[in-house]
Design a protein around this ligand. Sequence first.
Ligand SMILES: [Zn+2]
Length: 424
Amino acid sequence: MDDDAPRRTVPIKLDVPEQRRGDLHQTKAQFLHCANRTSEWAWRYDDYCITSKSKAEDTLYDDLREETDLTANLVQKGIRRAIQAVTGGVEKLKKGEKTSQPHFDSWSVVYDKRSATFNADHATLSTPNGRVTAEYVLPPVDEREDTPFGQYYESDDWDASSATLQYDEQEGTFFLHVTLKNPDYEVDGTERQEAELPDDHEKNGTVLGVDLNVTGALAVTSTGAFIGSADYLNHKRDQYEQRRGKLQQTGTRSAHLTIKSIGSAFSEWSLDWLHNRVNDLIAEAHNADVDGIIFENLDYIRENIANGSKFQQWAYTKFVELIQYKVESTALFVDFVNPAYTSQRCSHCGFTHEDNRDDKQFACQDCGYEANADYNAAKNIANRYCGYIHRGQKSRGGWATSQLALKSGTLNVNGDYTPTELLG
Ligand SMILES: [Zn+2]
């Protein structure tokens, strides 16, 4: 498992522009607010504390988002920081050692790849006022080899996964303590053992998120498959309507019969076409080796295409029905999520804003993630469903953890998931 990977921490001195230093101090104040609020909430009595991260997130996340200007990820990190400390305290109490409710006042903010980027010579850090870019203060290149920076940070074998931002009050200097992991590290010259396969009842589930559309691709998956062309389907429908319109104008009995026959031919053709797209989607689900296919809930799909024709409404509802029907005889399941903001939310960092999306182009205003907008939405759909499982709002086959299938393999969201009800 990734968590067993060896770690190294490399301290890096930062050169922060004068006018952005205040933003980092503000981030710290708000981050500690999240941690202290969580600690107060979790530490009930000395013999009764809450150590569940998901319970803490369920209870506190929305309030802390209101009370601070931090990004979703930093609020979550603040909550987790506190729960970690509370859990440590509980361990001490169990051993009969003295301890008390954790209080956070030292200068420290926890970042990961969602809230920061770790580049060759600089980092970018999320703050309530957008990202701060901080240059690294490094020794000359030829003197770096023996430094932790040269040995680990610059090595391809080590991967920067998270960091703690700290501040030296005497020097007035910011430091980033970057944690690096080496997943392929060899112990005693032997390859690290593959993680043991979980028991059946702890099997990880994977799901495929699917975004349905009336323009562009009919269905886009969280694995990056673009299935069917909604534009083509609309085009065929328009052609049919035009022919029908002309025939109606002639008004003869034979024209009337022709209308009936092209009508049923078109119904047959479109049903056939949808069947084929359904098969494409199920093939993609098998390909990606997922357990479930997740859509936005049907009421929303109907509403979303309320401006569309009756035909489009029929086609989308039919598509989902056909999928449900076809998976009945397989191990796959179909389920639905609340559709709020799936198209405005960044699937990379969780930042949600209407400006993130411009038609089919998604560009996160916070972290800079860019992707096809429907693909981004499909990942949010899968992510949100995994959040439901994680919070115990839904359960499927007793998953201990849930994963979502992504283009580049699967991303485990158990240890590193973004709260999915960000958006209500
Ligand atoms: Zn983002």
